[in-house]
Design a protein around this ligand. Structure first.
Ligand SMILES: *Cc1c(COP(=O)(O)O)cnc(C)c1O
Length: 412
């Protein structure tokens, strides 16, 4: 995906310094091969188990990225009407779409029913009643699964851990059978599945396995009670390596570890990976504007900022930052900061890094997931373009915003 040839960093066959010269910076760059390899790792590891890999659109929702995955046969996990619109625009198959989220609006439910999505992952009884009523009005039957809260600790950043009973997500395991039972009376719903999603950036998959066991037991209990459960949706959450040398779970090994548990169930298995498909396949390219020193502290001021990549500021996330062209100078220790007027605007702190000079390019690694999608126009900064590399070619899949774009839709 990304590697050095001599001293130059490449994305597949494209030297990133050349690309940056053409598209300008900051810019997000994605490797098509990297995205497809990860998707196929999931798909192929399931092998002969009936399955559906539903890419979690919220991790990176650019049309070209969705289009790549749609052509490879992926399904999609959406959390809003806007994401459904994107999936359909990208040529995604609505019959492989699952709709997750704790706060679906009536308009979104209507749109999903009209589009013929596969099923809804429901998080409350009020939501079940709404979907039933709207399905009745259309004369259709909607498939649903209850997102249960398995009360396991995903051991990740508290903002992206979701599987404990103190979190807003899901319905408690113990209450789920009662909810399925009462849902029998809702004649325009079919209990298609059981789902869970315990959090994101999970580096030790044992809590996921613990959740799988709980959800499998529940599915068995529901089937014994006569519910037509056909699938298990295990959510997403597999972590990636953000630190150099960090070990992240191998997709193939992780899925293989589920086989034994799942084969006996006879259920179709769905997963909703986001970060592990697109995260490692993207970088944020940025250019050094200035070097400055405040007392003993060294700063590298770059043209990308927290509005482009908020993860360091929001979660204190670590992203490796590497030189697009290596030099032979001794390393420095510096904060990498952007132009936004906030002390929290940093991409790295006290980082040992290449001794770069103004004009040099840097690559902020593993920025393919929760990067562009969480970017904003804060400080009236136009959002960065996105570029997709395929082999030795690349294309701009989203143009850099202009000043006109910044005020579109506004009136004086
Ligand atoms: C965010 C989310 C995902 C994707 O999580 P990753 O950590 O990116 O794999 C999957 N399912 C649901 C319901 C989510 O909210």
């Amino acid at each position: 995906m990304f590697s050095y040839s001599e001293s130059d960093l490449y994305c597949e066959g494209v030297p990133l310094a050349d690309l940056a010269g053409h598209t300008g910076t900051p810019a997000f760059v994605y490797s098509a091969q990297g995205i497809l390899d990860s998707y196929r790792a999931y798909h192929e590891a399931f092998a002969d188990l009936p399955h559906n890999v539903c890419y979690a659109v919220k991790a990176n929702s650019s049309l070209a990225v969705l289009g790549l995955l749609a052509r490879a046969g992926a399904g999609f996990d959406i959390v809003s009407g806007g994401e459904l619109y994107r999936v359909l625009q990208a040529g995604g198959d609505p019959s492989k779409v699952v709709f997750s989220g704790v706060g679906k609006t009536p308009d979104e439910v209507e749109y999903a029913l009209a589009s013929g999505i596969h099923s809804f992952n429901c998080e409350s009884e009020a939501e079940l009643m709404l979907i039933d009523a709207m399905a009745a009005r259309r004369g259709v039957t909607a498939g649903f699964g209850i997102r249960v809260n398995p009360d396991v600790d995903a051991v990740t950043h508290p903002y992206i851990s979701t599987g404990l009973s103190e979190h807003k997500f899901g319905i408690a395991m113990s209450e789920a059978p009662g909810v399925y039972e009462r849902a029998r009376k809702l004649t325009h719903l079919t209990a298609e599945g059981v789902s869970c999603h315990i959090g994101s950036q999970i580096l030790d998959p044992s809590p996921i396995l613990e959740a799988v066991d709980k959800v499998l037991a529940l599915a068995g209990q529901l089937r014994a009670a006569g519910h037509p459960i056909r699938h298990l949706d295990l959510g997403g959450g597999l972590g990636i390596a953000y630190h150099a040398g960090q070990k992240a779970p191998e997709i193939r090994e992780f899925i293989a570890s589920l086989h034994e548990r799942l084969r006996a169930s006879g259920l179709c298995v769905m997963v909703e990976p986001g970060r592990s498909i697109v995260g490692p396949a993207g970088i944020l390219l940025t250019r050094v504007l200035y070097r400055k020193k405040n007392g003993a502290k060294e700063f590298v001021v770059v043209d990308a900022a927290m509005n482009d990549l908020i993860r360091p500021s929001l979660y204190r996330a670590h992203h490796e930052i590497i030189a697009v062209r290596k030099n032979a100078l001794p390393a420095i220790t510096a904060d990498v900061v952007g132009p936004v007027c906030e002390t929290g605007d940093f991409l790295a702190r006290d980082r040992e890094m290449a001794n770069v000079m103004p004009g040099d390019y840097l690559a902020v690694c593993a920025a393919g997931a929760y990067g562009f999608v969480q970017s904003s126009n804060y400080n009236s900064r136009p959002r960065a373009p996105e570029v997709l590399v395929e082999g030795s070619g690349y294309r701009v899949i989203r143009k850099r915003e202009t000043y006109e774009d910044l005020v579109r839709g506004e009136t004086l």
